[in-house]
Ligand binder design. Structure first.
Ligand SMILES: [Zn+2]
Length: 452
């Protein structure tokens, strides 16, 4: 099965390129194709089809987007070395027997940052007035690049196999649909899952995990599920609708996804009732046995002074109000962020994850919602804290003699959103003898494993 992976720019922030430059140590064939919404179907180009252009080994092929003066439409202009080729409003498909170096984007590799390098066909096309690039390759080859970045090869093979099936499923059905971009998934961890192409070196463990689960994906009602995963859930995973908003409508909470329900990481599956602040504290302090308890991220603490909070939180809230996080920040009637007086967590999910936090200030109470936005709220550059490791937190606040907040201690569990598969938990279950099918059934309630 083929998959079209949208390649982002060097900063991994956008699929919009201004120029694409590529080369190969072997000869390349370029086909000019009509625009198509589904790039994978473009690979219907047969071996007998005549290429539009042949690029010699080592020669550069450059594509730029330009606005045509006559029609005002955005078209592609290509160059074979210095030779200008006819323009198109369709798509250039480039393929060869060697890997393709994309010189216009850079990716971190084993020997530092290098030009990106891929095995597969490269499609260059236009979307919304920008040049887009997609790599079209076999789903399992894509997965090899993903696994390297997403799970250490030192993990137990059954944990890596569980991750392989989840990441393969995610490649077919990412949370933010890329249908409008003409691709299945993108290569950035800021949006989907990281895929570094050939700059990442595959390991025998990753290859074995892919081979032993070949073509397997998780489905629910005959469709690939949203196979979310994170690093460490800290003893209990969380329900999807308590952490994420609906990617299409922005609605929070979104409709529930029955296969993404929080589960305790204990053998007896006792309901730990962690939505209660008291029980969450007890769980943190008593450290009961859970399969992920060996992780360095299982339990953590952050200590912030009133000065730390006063110097950063105001600016963070202002920044949030200007970007995509704005719908999850509710201002008091004054609209002002005054001196911070106290914090309160009025709503928690099944794992204890904060769904909402209140910040009482001298000018009114602010409400901040959603797991990642709550983690961002505590950004403290002075303490090199970009965001909290998780939102599974409880707070201890100290006040001075005048009743002003003097310090805040944040105790937390886990690293990441904790929805779906958690890698340190999968590792724990694997070490206890669980096979990957059992691990996946544990994290994705009611989902089936099927071959694509
Ligand atoms: Zn993406």
């Amino acid at each position: 099965m083929l998959v079209a992976v949208g390649l982002t720019t060097t900063d991994l922030k956008t699929l919009d390129h201004t120029e694409v430059v590529l080369t190969s140590s072997g000869a390349l064939e370029v086909f000019q194709l009509p625009e198509s919404r589904d790039l994978v179907t473009l690979l219907g180009v047969g071996t007998s089809d005549k290429p539009f252009e042949k690029i010699a080994a080592g020669q550069r092929f450059t594509v730029k987007g330009i606005k045509e003066a006559k029609t005002g439409s955005f078209v592609l202009e290509a160059f074979d070395g210095g030779k200008k080729l006819p323009r198109t409003n369709g798509c250039f498909l480039v393929r060869g027997s060697h890997s393709i170096n994309l010189l216009s984007i850079r990716r971190p590799g084993a020997s530092g940052t290098t030009g990106a390098k891929y095995n597969g066909s490269i499609a260059v096309f236009v979307r919304n007035g920008h040049v887009r690039v997609a790599l079209i390759l076999d789903l399992d080859k894509y997965l090899n690049g993903v696994l390297h970045s997403e799970i250490p090869a030192s993990y137990h093979i059954e944990a890596v196999k569980a991750q392989a099936v989840a990441a393969r499923t995610y490649g077919l059905n990412p949370r933010i649909s890329h249908g409008k971009d003409g691709v299945n998934v993108c290569d950035s961890y800021l949006c989907c899952q990281y895929f570094g192409g050939l700059t990442t070196v595959s390991s025998p463990t990753h290859e074995r995990a892919i081979h032993e689960t070949l073509g397997e994906v998780l489905t629910y009602r005959e469709k690939p599920i949203l196979a979310l995963f994170s690093s460490c859930a800290g003893g209990h995973t969380e329900n999807y609708n308590n952490c994420f908003s609906d990617p299409a409508t922005g609605q929070f909470p979104p409709p529930e996804l029955p296969y993404l329900s929080g589960v305790p990481e204990t053998k007896n599956k006792v309901d730990l009732k962690l939505f209660d602040d008291k029980n969450l504290r007890h769980f943190y302090n008593s450290a009961p046995y859970t399969v992920d308890a060996a992780s360095n991220h299982f339990k953590w603490k952050v200590h912030l002074t009133a000065d730390d909070l006063e110097s950063h939180m105001h600016a963070t809230v202002q920044a949030m109000l200007k970007d995509e996080r704005a719908p999850f920040v509710v201002a008091p009637p004054s609209g002002k962020f005054g001196h911070i007086e106290s914090f309160r967590i009025p709503k928690r999910g099944v794992s204890g994850c904060a769904i909402e936090i209140e910040v009482k200030t001298s000018t009114g109470t602010w409400r901040v919602m959603k797991e990642l936005v709550i983690r961002d709220l505590f950004k403290t550059p002075g303490k090199k804290l970009a965001r909290l490791k998780s939102a599974r937190i409880f707070l201890d606040q100290s006040h001075d003699k005048l009743g002003h907040l003097s310090a805040l201690s944040i105790s937390g569990l886990g690293w990441g959103h904790g929805v779906g598969l958690q890698q340190t938990g999968a590792q724990g279950w694997a070490k206890e003898g669980s096979k990957y099918q059992t691990i996946l059934a544990h994290y994705f309630t009611g989902a089936k494993i099927e071959k694509v």
